[in-house]
Design a protein around this ligand. Structure first.
Ligand code: HEM
Length: 375
C-alpha cells in the first residue's frame, strides 16, 4: 500500500494535510475498529488484569493471519481447479510460499503469550467461559479447505460444528468448506494427470515396478553371499519387509485397504504421479511441481508444529487434567490432534519409503523428454 499520509510533493507532514490528500492512514485501515476492539473483561469486572490485553491481542493477530491464509488458499484452489499453465504454477508457488511464511510467524507467536504466567491467566480465565479457540470458525475453515476430513478428527469431537449452535452463517460456511473441493482433492486430481504416467506412453509405473524388482533381486544376491549367518538372516528378513512395503503400492487392493483405514489419502494414480515428480524433479518440467509438493508438506509440518506449541502452552497454563473452557478434555484432546490423521498430505511425507537409488531410476529417453516439453 502507498503510505496514505504521504503528500504528492514527497513531504510527510500530516499536520499540513489538506482535503486533496484523500483518505488518512487510520481511515484506510479502519483502525478505529481494529484498535477499539480490545475489551478487557477483567476491567469490566473492576479487577483489571494486565495480561488480558496480551491475551486478546494475540488471538486477534492469529485471526487476522488466518484470514489472510484462507484468502491465499481460496485463490490457490481456484487456480488448481483449472488445467494449469506454467505461468499459473509460478503463481501457486508464490502464494503457497506466502502461506508457509505466515505459518512460521504463527508458530513462533505462541512464545509471546507464554510470557504470561499460569497465575496471571487464572486471574481472568473464569471470565472467558465458555469461549475457547475451539470455536474459531476460521481455524475450522482452514482445516477443511486444506482437506482435513471429519472421519480423521478425534472421535469425541467429530461433531465439531455443533459449537456454532444456531449461528446459521457459520454453519453454512462450515458446510460449504466441507463440500467444496479441498486443496488436497485438487492436488490429487492434478497429480493423476502427471505426464509420463500413460501406460501407452512412457509407462512410468511399469518401468518403476521393474526397477524395484531388479533392485530387490540385486540386494538378495548380496545378502545370500554374506558369510556371517546372523547378518545374512537379518538382511534377508529386512529385504522381505521391504518387499511387502513395495507390494503396498504395486497391489492396488492393498493401497485401497490402507485408504479405507485412513492411512493413505491419495488415489493410486495420484501416488504414482507424486513418485514420478519426486524422481524427475531435476527435469525442468517437474521442478515447479516438485517445489509445490515440498510447500504442501511445509504447510502440514507447520500446522503440526503450531498444534504442538499450542498444546505445550496449554499444559503450562492449565496442566493436563483440567477441562478446556470449550468443554473438551483440554490437553488430552489437543495432544491427540498431533497424530498423522491430522496431516492432510501424509502420503507426501511417506514417499521416502518408496525411493530407489538414482542409478536405478528409469531413464527418460530423449523422445520422452521432447514429448514432455510439447504436451
Ligand atoms: C493461555 C493460552 C491458551 C490456552 C490455555 C488455550 C487452551 C485451549 C484448550 C484447552 C483448547 C481445547 C478446546 C477446549 O477449550 O476445550 C484449545 C483449543 C484451541 N485453541 Fe487454544 N488456548 C490458548 C491460546 C490460544 C491461542 C493464542 C490461539 C490462537 C488462535 C488458540 C487457538 C485454539 C484453537 C484453534 C483451538 C482448536 C484446536 C483444535 O480443535 O484442534 N488458542 N485451546
Amino acid at each position: 500500500m502507498a503510505c496514505p499520509v504521504r503528500r504528492n510533493d514527497g513531504t510527510q507532514d500530516a499536520d499540513q494535510l489538506g482535503d486533496e490528500t484523500g483518505m488518512l492512514y487510520g481511515e484506510y485501515l479502519m483502525l478505529d475498529k481494529v484498535l477499539g476492539a480490545q475489551r478487557l473483561l477483567s476491567e469490566q469486572n473492576n479487577k483489571p488484569v494486565h495480561d488480558e490485553h496480551l491475551f486478546i491481542v494475540t488471538h486477534q493477530a492469529y485471526e487476522l493471519w488466518f484470514k489472510q491464509i484462507i484468502f491465499e488458499l481460496d485463490s490457490v484452489r481456484n487456480i488448481f481447479s483449472e488445467v494449469l499453465e506454467e505461468s499459473q504454477t509460478l503463481e501457486i508457488l508464490k502464494r503457497l510460499n506466502r502461506i508457509v511464511l505466515i505459518l512460521k510467524v504463527l508458530v513462533d507467536q505462541v512464545m509471546i503469550l507464554e510470557t504470561m504466567t499460569p497465575l496471571d491467566f487464572m486471574d481472568f480465565r473464569n471470565y472467558l467461559k465458555p469461549a475457547s479457540g475451539f470455536q474459531s470458525l476460521q481455524f475450522r475453515l482452514l482445516e477443511n479447505k486444506l482437506g482435513l476430513k471429519t472421519e480423521n478428527r478425534v472421535k469425541s469431537n467429530m461433531n465439531y460444528a455443533k459449537v456454532f449452535g444456531s449461528d446459521e452463517e457459520a454453519l453454512n460456511r462450515i458446510e460449504l468448506s466441507e463440500s467444496q473441493p479441498s486443496l488436497a482433492l485438487l492436488v490429487e486430481r492434478w497429480l493423476e494427470r502427471t505426464p509420463g504416467l500413460e501406460v501407452e506412453g512412457f509407462n512410468f509405473w511399469g518401468k518403476y515396478e521393474k526397477a524395484v524388482n531388479m533392485l530387490l533381486e540385486e540386494q538378495k544376491q548380496i545378502a545370500l553371499n554374506e558369510p556371517n549367518e546372523s547378518v545374512k538372516r537379518y538382511r534377508l528378513n529386512d529385504l522381505e519387509n521391504r518387499r511387502e512395503v513395495y507390494e503396498s503400492i504395486f497391489q492396488p487392493e492393498i493401497h485401497q485397504a490402507l485408504l479405507n483405514r485412513g492411512e493413505r489419502r491419495f488415489s493410486h494414480k495420484a501416488l504414482q504421479g507424486a513418485i514420478l515428480v519426486t524422481f524427475y524433479r531435476d527435469e525442468p518440467r517437474f521442478s515447479q511441481p516438485h517445489q509445490i509438493l515440498n510447500l504442501l508438506m511445509d504447510i502440514d509440518s507447520l500446522i503440526t508444529k503450531w498444534r504442538y506449541n499450542h498444546v505445550l502452552m496449554v499444559q503450562r497454563m492449565i496442566g493436563s487434567s483440567q477441562l478446556g473452557t470449550g468443554g473438551s478434555s483440554g490437553y488430552q484432546y489437543l495432544r491427540a490432534t498431533l497424530s498423522d490423521r491430522y496431516k492432510v498430505f501424509v502420503d507426501l511425507f511417506n514417499l521416502s519409503t518408496f525411493l530407489i537409488p538414482r542409478s536405478h531410476i528409469p531413464k527418460l529417453t530423449s523422445d520422452v523428454r521432447s514429448k514432455l516439453w510439447h504436451r
